[in-house]
Design a protein around this ligand. Structure first.
Ligand code: FAD
Ligand code: SF4
Length: 482
């Protein structure tokens, strides 16, 4: 039974961010530690509602009121067990999830919602610090071999679930290191890669085999994959970037966001001395108002950009929940990532019309204000403007997975949206081939990638053995079995 007066006694609190001048000098995580006592106080604000809407808000069906209560009582180990029952990687979501659960928290109707995401991260970090990421290898082997292609959160979640069900799992990754966007997309200041490495050690100890530098569809053919494995999970992400179709796109100094972020992350990990694309001393314009753009923003500031401006085609959202997204839906409202308070400018409701340059090098961006309309943008006459730019980063989202190579060779069908077609059990049209994460869903979130990885694993297990005890978060009735 939760503290019935907890939410009356305590205000919502989240961890403080490190001072801006300090954090701009390094790549360490932005948030300061949160004490056990502070976490217990925040967990005590949970009302343990009869109908916990936060469950529906979380794609993993995390059992939020249960672990809030266990944390309030200081029963960290049990809280960790309940959290890990539904989420393989709470240390990732605790740091990186936009927390749709908090948008569904009942307390949020008339007060600030419970700091669910913080409590989740603290439980996970507590467990890791106390050696709680102990391997849980399967007791027996089924003898079945499963290939997982792609090592982002979807592939890793599927691999861990399948290994725990007794299958022999091999994860193939074309990059030199495991982790997908968790490793080379998301900057270190949002999640220290040591957090990822700790979890990978657990998967390896549970028997998951990792093969890097292997582009499946080229270095390993689809036929070899089919011959060598009893089932395959495609978790290759949605890596095809949306392009900007304006004059000047070909100028030097105009780059896709991921080309920029991957290099910056490689420098931070020490595998690259100097990035080819460097914001130091430059006027940087980021076209695209989402998460990827925000990560370019924080990275450019840390590299010492002379100025950073992020352009968003959408109108500036309201400071609080927009009436079009009433509780318990995910609120449309202005979101400030940590990078946005570190300097630079955000410009809303603008479209870029031309990239200008001198001697083949970009020097500026022409833009116009207006209104986003379905399928386009309505410019407002007389609002044309110009921004100086030595580096332009395109962060316009992703259109879907790469088709050439693996998907074509396997004969996997795509939808009209260009993502891998799948049934309710994450099966593709090719028997024994399943899909999880952004490859089938389109560009999305880590929490969804983990949820789909878990669900696809349950389906693969059923395909191989005829039944499965693996929990399936996207099958509501299964949450209770977690
Ligand atoms: C810059 C950026 C920041 C983001 N920030 C956040 C955030 O803060 N919070 C959040 O929730 N979400 C965030 N997202 C979204 C989130 O990272 C993705 O939704 C998630 O990583 C998708 O997971 P995935 O496993 O499907 O694919 P990915 O993480 O993309 O992993 C796919 C992997 O497959 C590999 N691969 C592809 N093809 C092959 C092949 N043929 N053979 C072998 N390997 C292959 C790729 O190299 C890659 O490692 C961000 C996305 C970007 C781009
Ligand atoms: S994974 Fe995301 S939605 Fe689920 S409880 Fe954690 S912060 Fe909330």
């Amino acid at each position: 039974m939760a503290d019935p007066n907890g939410f009356l006694k305590h205000e919502r609190k989240t961890p403080a961010r490190r001072p801006i001048p300090l954090r701009l000098r390094d790549w360490r995580e932005v948030y300061q530690p949160f004490s056990d006592d502070e976490t217990k106080t925040q967990a005590a604000r949970c009302m343990d509602c009869g109908v916990p809407f936060c469950h529906q808000g979380c794609p993993l069906g995390n059992l939020i009121p249960e672990w809030n209560e266990l944390v309030r009582l200081g029963r960290w180990d049990e809280a960790s067990d309940r959290l890990h029952a539904t989420n393989n990687f709470p240390e990732f979501t605790g740091r990186l999830c936009p927390a749709p659960c908090e948008g569904s928290c009942v307390l949020g109707i008339g007060d600030d919602p419970v700091s669910i995401k913080v409590v989740e991260q603290q439980i996970a970090d507590h467990a890791a610090a106390a050696g709680g990421l102990a391997p849980r290898p399967a007791r027996t082997s089924t003898g079945y071999k499963v290939a997982v292609v792609g090592s982002g959160p979807a592939g890793l979640a599927a691999a861990q679930q399948l290994a725990r069900a007794g299958h022999t799992v091999t994860v193939f990754e074309r990059d030199g290191r495991i982790g997908g966007l968790l490793r080379y997309g998301i900057p270190e200041y949002k999640m220290d890669s040591a957090v990822l490495d700790k979890r990978l050690a657990q998967l390896a100890a549970e028997g998951v085999r990792f093969i890097t530098h292997c582009q499946v569809g080229t270095e390993l053919t689809a036929q070899q994959l089919r011959d060598g494995f009893d089932a395959t999970v495609i978790a290759t992400g949605a890596t095809v970037a949306r392009e900007l179709d304006v004059p000047g796109r070909d100028l030097s100094g105009v780059h896709l966001a991921m080309d920029y972020l991957v290099q910056a992350n490689r420098v931070v990990e020490g595998s690259l001395d100097q990035p080819e694309i460097d914001a130091a001393g430059k006027h940087v314009v980021i076209i695209g108002g989402g998460d990827t753009g925000a990560d370019c923003y924080g990275t450019a500031l840390r590299q010492g950009a002379a100025s950073v401006t992020q352009l968003d085609i959408h109108a500036e959202p309201p400071a609080t929940r927009d009436p079009s997204t009433p509780w318990p839906t995910y609120p449309l409202m202005l979101r400030m990532s940590s990078a946005h308070e570190e300097g630079g400018d955000r410009v809303f409701g603008v479209n870029s019309t031309l990239l200008e340059g001198t001697d083949g090098q970009v020097t500026g961006v022409h833009l116009v204000s207006g209104k986003r309309i379905p399928g386009g943008f309505e410019p407002q006459a007389g609002t044309e403007a110009h921004l100086r730019a030595d580096l332009v980063l395109l962060a316009l989202g992703f259109t879907g997975p790469e088709r050439a190579g693996l998907l074509d060779e396997l004969g996997v069908r795509l939808t009209d949206r260009g993502v891998v077609e799948r049934d309710a059990g994450y099966a593709t049209n090719v028997p024994g081939v399943y899909v999880a994460g952004d490859a089938g869903r389109g560009q999305s979130l880590i929490v969804w990638a983990i949820a789909e990885g878990r669900s696809a694993a349950a389906s693969v297990d059923r395909y191989l053995t005829g039944r499965s005890e693996l929990p399936d978060p996207l099958e509501p009735s299964a949450v209770a079995l977690a």
